[in-house]
Design a protein around this ligand. Structure first.
Ligand code: DQA
Length: 146
């Protein structure tokens, strides 16, 4: 089983960026924890980050071309703005889980709406970095039960 992890804009700054919302873990910490859990679950993962909307669209297409079994994405700010990312998720036949470190529904109203949520299998938010592990476990279970 092969799962691609896609991180959106400004997540390269995790650890330094608004720790009251996003915690103290860096993106490398998150990717390392995912790699460890993936090994335990006997799945392979790779992790990608970009600050550019079109690159994230390309990454979704590429995951499908590479026959990824599933995708975990934190679209970050593009969650709330990007029809292009939503259309890319809808266009591929790969189950996608949306993750947010913070509870977007408890923050500013502009963060309450996700363009991607209706085309994903699940949204996990509010558990900080551990949300990625929950997403991985949930996605693997979803794929195994198909
Ligand atoms: C985020 C929430 C978004 O609203 C914000 O723009 C981010 C990070 C999160 O992980 O909590 O950049 O996706």
């Amino acid at each position: 089983m092969y799962i691609r992890i896609i991180h959106g804009p400004n997540l390269n700054l995790l650890g330094k960026r608004e720790p009251e919302h996003y915690g103290v873990h860096t993106l490398d910490d998150i990717n390392r924890a995912l790699a460890l859990r993936a090994q335990e679950l006997d799945v392979s993962i790779d992790c990608y980050q970009s600050n550019h909307e079109g690159d994230l669209v390309d990454a979704l297409h590429k995951a499908a071309e590479d026959d990824a079994d599933g995708i975990i994405i934190n679209p970050a700010a593009y969650t709330h703005t990007s029809v292009a990312l939503r259309d890319a998720v809808a266009a591929i036949q790969v189950p996608v889980v949306e993750v947010h470190l913070s509870n977007i529904h408890a923050r500013e109203t502009f963060r309450h709406h996700s363009y991607l949520a209706p085309v994903t299998i699940a949204q996990i938010c509010g558990f900080g970095a551990h949300g990625y592990i929950i997403a991985l476990e949930g996605l693997v279970q979803h794929l195994q039960s198909r």
